[in-house]
Design a protein around this ligand. Structure first.
Ligand code: ZN
Length: 357
C-alpha cells in the first residue's frame, strides 16, 4: 500500500522562477528537469509540502576553502564556505512578491488540483481528497521590515511558515555556514527583531522553521516560542557533523516541545564525511530517520526533501522515487503506522498545534 508523503521543504518555486532557456519549465506540466512538478509529485505519492521562497544572492558563487590547523597544515576532510553578502530588503521584497505570485497563478491554473493551504483543516481535507497541498514558506525573511508590518500582509496572503534566516546573517538572526565538520554553535542568537518575530509568529499562527538557524538562535526560539519546535529539513548531527544538522540536545528539545525534525535528502547532510560529490544511497535517509526515531520517538520524525535545492542520493533522481524512500524506511524497521506518522500524521498534529485553525 502506498504511503502519501507531505514534504517539509522544497525549493521548487524558486528553482522554476529562476530557470531560463533550456531549464525553463512549468510546475503543472511534466518535465525531465528539476526534481518536482505536479504530475511527478502525484506519481511519487507526494501529497504536498512546504514551498519555499528564497532570495538568492545574484551572481554569487559558493567558494569552498580548505581549513588549516594550528600547524598551518590543511585539515583533511574539512572546509569552510564564506557567507554571501547580505541581501537588501527591497530586493528580497520584490523577489518574494514575484515568486508568491507564481504560486497563486499556479493554483488558479491548476483548476482545483492544487491548493495553497492556510489551516490544518484545509490540509486535512486536501490529504483526504487528494488535492495537492502547498504551504507557503519564506526561507530567510530579508523581505520583512523589523516592525513586522509586511508580516501581517504576507500572513493575510497565505504565509504560514518562515525560517528567520537562510544561512547568511540578516536583521533577525544568523544562520549556520556550510562548513564541515562543525557544530551549529557558530555565533550569537536572534536579534531583538528576531525575538519579536518569533512572538508575532506565535500570535498569528505562523510556523517558525529552525533549519539553518545557528544553535544560539535555536535556543532563543526554544525559550520564546509556545509552538512545537520544527526543523523542516535537517538531519542528525551525530551521524553527519554538518552545522545544518541537529545535535542530540537539539533533537531532545524538539521532542520535549512535541515538534518535528524533517530528514533532509541532501547527500552533504546525509553522508558522515559531508561530501555531496561522493555516492550516497537513499538508504542513508532511512539511517538518519532511524537514528532520530530511536532517540526521540517516531512521532517527531518527518521528511524534508530539499528537492530542487540540494544534491539528491544517486538512486533518488526526482520525486517519482519517493516510494523507494518509504520502502527504505520500511526496511529500517518502521511499520505501517509509523510510516503514516512520518508521511503525514506528524505534520497534521504539529500544524494543528501551531496554526490557529
Ligand atoms: Zn534550506
Amino acid at each position: 500500500m502506498s504511503i502519501p508523503v507531505f514534504d517539509g521543504h522544497n525549493d521548487t518555486l524558486t528553482q522554476i522562477h529562476n530557470a531560463v532557456g533550456e531549464e525553463a519549465r512549468n510546475f503543472l506540466e511534466r518535465s525531465d528537469r528539476g526534481h518536482v512538478d505536479l504530475p511527478r509529485a502525484r506519481e511519487g505519492g507526494m501529497a504536498g509540502g512546504f514551498f519555499a521562497v528564497f532570495t538568492a544572492n545574484r551572481g554569487w558563487e559558493r567558494e569552498i576553502l580548505p581549513v588549516t590547523g594550528p600547524d598551518g597544515a590543511k585539515v583533511p576532510g574539512a572546509w569552510t564556505v564564506p557567507f554571501p553578502p547580505r541581501v537588501a530588503r527591497s530586493t528580497a521584497l520584490a523577489y518574494t512578491l514575484s515568486v508568491m505570485s507564481d504560486l497563486f497563478r499556479c493554483e488558479r491554473a491548476a483548476g482545483g488540483a492544487m491548493e495553497v493551504v492556510r489551516t490544518a483543516g484545509d490540509l486535512e481535507r486536501c490529504l483526504a481528497d487528494g488535492t495537492f497541498a502547498a504551504v507557503l514558506h519564506i526561507e530567510g525573511v530579508e523581505a520583512l521590515d523589523t516592525r513586522l508590518e509586511a508580516l501581517d500582509v504576507f500572513f493575510e496572503a497565505g504565509l504560514r511558515s518562515l525560517g528567520p534566516v537562510w544561512s547568511r546573517p540578516n536583521a533577525f538572526g544568523r544562520g549556520v555556514p556550510f562548513d564541515f565538520p562543525r557544530t551549529p554553535d557558530t555565533g550569537p542568537g536572534l536579534t531583538a527583531a528576531g525575538k519579536r518575530l518569533v512572538r508575532a509568529c506565535n500570535n498569528l499562527g505562523v510556523m517558525v522553521d529552525l533549519s539553518h538557524l545557528n544553535e544560539a538562535g535555536f535556543w532563543d526560539v526554544a525559550r520564546l516560542s509556545q509552538a512545537p519546535l520544527v526543523a523542516t529539513h535537517s538531519c542528525a548531527w551525530a551521524l553527519a557533523p554538518s552545522p545544518r544538522n541537529l545535535t542530540d540536545r537539539q533533537l531532545d528539545a524538539v521532542r520535549d516541545s512535541g515538534g518535528l525534525a524533517g530528514i533532509n535528502f541532501h547527500k552533504g547532510f546525509l553522508r558522515s564525511d559531508g561530501d555531496p560529490k561522493s555516492p550516497a544511497s537513499l538508504t542513508e535517509i532511512a539511517r538518519h530517520a532511524r537514528y532520530v526515531a530511536d532517540r526521540i520517538g517516531v512521532e517527531h520524525v518527518a521528511l524534508g526533501s530539499d528537492f530542487d535545492g540540494a544534491v539528491m542520493p544517486d538512486d533518488l533522481p526526482d520525486v517519482t522515487a519517493l516510494p523507494a524512500v518509504v520502502e527504505a524506511l520500511r526496511d529500517a524497521g518502521f511499520g505501517e503506522g509509523d510510516l503514516r506518522l512520518i508521511g503525514t500524521g506528524n505534520w497534521l498534529r504539529v500544524l494543528r498545534a501551531t496554526w490557529h485553525g
